[in-house]
Design a protein around this ligand. Structure first.
Ligand code: CTP
Ligand code: CA
Length: 227
């Protein structure tokens, strides 16, 4: 495929990308969060715009420049992200869940700032499960909509990725290894794109934009397979 095809091969498609990491408030000033910077999701939005797609980027707590040409919706909690994605996905041809979604949220959100008291140990923080947005999107989609997720794994990366793809019911899972120095907040990434039905594409260590382009290639292949 020549460069001309690359320019516009997503033209006429609406794609929804989530980026960043959700935060779950404990009280008005504190939250449970994670280390996701949003860079991989922004790279996905940028490359999809460059390839001609209409792009909705649902951004959770990112501090990155808005990608030109994308519609950006800012959210913070998992509940907000879920609502925004559901809405945006209504007419979407693909949804890519690059955001790190909090698995749990505090069972109670204190109305006022939690205070410490002399001579008293802190109360334990009770948590409840958040809904699995990727699994919901995978279960609810019309034929022809491609749903992709990311898997952050620290051990048995491929085996865990395969099991996760099956559990979520999505079409594609981008599996990368994370840790203090790997992936989070860095400019580069290294991953394997696993496909439902068996395909596997290794993307060597390199810029997040390159991984993003390989992900759109895989999405476009799935569209071609169902049309
Ligand atoms: N995800 C989601 N909703 C959640 C949790 C995760 O949509 N409540 C999505 C993420 O955006 C990501 C994918 O699911 O695309 C995998 O996230 P990950 O944390 O690796 O998977 P989990 O199912 O939460 O498994 P684990 O127990 O390993 O964290
Ligand atoms: Ca998780």
């Amino acid at each position: 495929r020549g460069p001309a095809a690359l320019d516009t091969d997503l033209a006429g498609r609406h794609v929804v990308v989530t980026a960043g990491g959700t935060r779950e408030p404990l009280d008005p000033v504190r939250f449970l969060g994670n280390r996701s910077s949003g860079k991989q999701g922004y790279a996905l939005a940028r490359t999809a715009v460059a390839r001609g797609a209409r792009v909705t980027l649902v951004a959770a707590n990112t501090v990155l420049p808005e990608p030109a040409g994308a519609d950006v919706i800012e959210v913070s909690t998992t509940g907000e992200l879920r609502e925004a994605v559901r809405k945006a996905a209504a007419d979407a041809d693909a949804v890519v869940m690059a955001a790190a979604v909090a698995d749990f949220r505090p069972a109670v959100r204190a109305e006022n700032k939690i205070k410490k008291r002399d001579g008293q140990d802190p109360e334990p923080i009770a948590l409840v499960r958040n809904p699995d947005i990727l699994a919901e999107l995978s279960a609810d989609r019309p034929a022809g909509r491609v749903v992709a997720g990311f898997a952050a794994e620290t051990e048995d990366v491929l085996a865990n990725g395969r099991a996760k793809l099956a559990r979520k019911g999505c079409d594609l899972l981008v599996v990368n290894q994370v840790g203090e120095a790997l992936a989070f907040g860095t400019e580069e990434n290294e991953a394997v794109i696993i496909e439902a039905g068996g395909g596997e594409t290794s993307v060597p260590h390199g810029p997040k934009d390159v991984l993003a382009d390989r992900i759109w290639d895989a999405v476009a292949r799935r569209w071609a397979a169902v049309s």
